[in-house]
Design a protein around this ligand. Sequence first.
Ligand SMILES: CC(C)(COP(=O)(O)OP(=O)(O)OC[C@H]1O[C@@H](n2cnc3c(N)ncnc32)[C@H](O)[C@@H]1OP(=O)(O)O)[C@@H](O)C(=O)NCCC(=O)NCCS
Length: 152
Amino acid sequence: MALSLRLIAPSDFPKLYALDQACFAPGIAWSKAELQYFLKYPGNIGVLVEDETGRLAGFAIAGKQRRQGAVFGRLITIDVDAALRRRGIGHRLLEETETQLRAQGATAVLLEVAVDNTTAQSFYERHGFIRTGRIPGYYLGRIDALVMEKPL
Ligand SMILES: CC(C)(COP(=O)(O)OP(=O)(O)OC[C@H]1O[C@@H](n2cnc3c(N)ncnc32)[C@H](O)[C@@H]1OP(=O)(O)O)[C@@H](O)C(=O)NCCC(=O)NCCS
């Protein structure tokens, strides 16, 4: 299967929403309005990986924020089709997102991940993220989030 990476286009929305719904439990997956907002927000980065038929394999969205005068990236989501995991697609999406954030002046990237999402934590640790905080009840008011961060 030949996979290619490209920027997200507005017409990709239905596929992205369907994959996000499949990746996360109800209440944790982004709503349509939230996902639209992240995709349309000026300056946000959105990349996807698809096969030669246009079937979506995964996507990532990141934003940028200012902290103490420095620009840092915030990974909003990274989703890979469950049938296509452990093939390096997440790695490809994260690498491209980090490259784009770096090019736009970000000096670090951070994210929140549910304490019970050990798969994603392993993925991020493998890519050099370290835990820098914990937010009680971040998801659904009852599941804590770990904050993970990585210098770029
Ligand atoms: C997290 C996620 C994006 C990883 O995508 P992926 O395409 O499977 O990741 P890769 O194949 O690039 O994995 C790269 C490395 O991450 C680590 N990793 C990935 N999945 C892992 C798992 N289930 N268990 C342990 N380590 C894992 C491994 O070190 C892996 O390298 P290896 O396969 O050579 O051992 C994917 O599991 C996913 O979409 N999960 C559901 C959505 C989600 O939780 N997103 C994160 C939200 S915070």
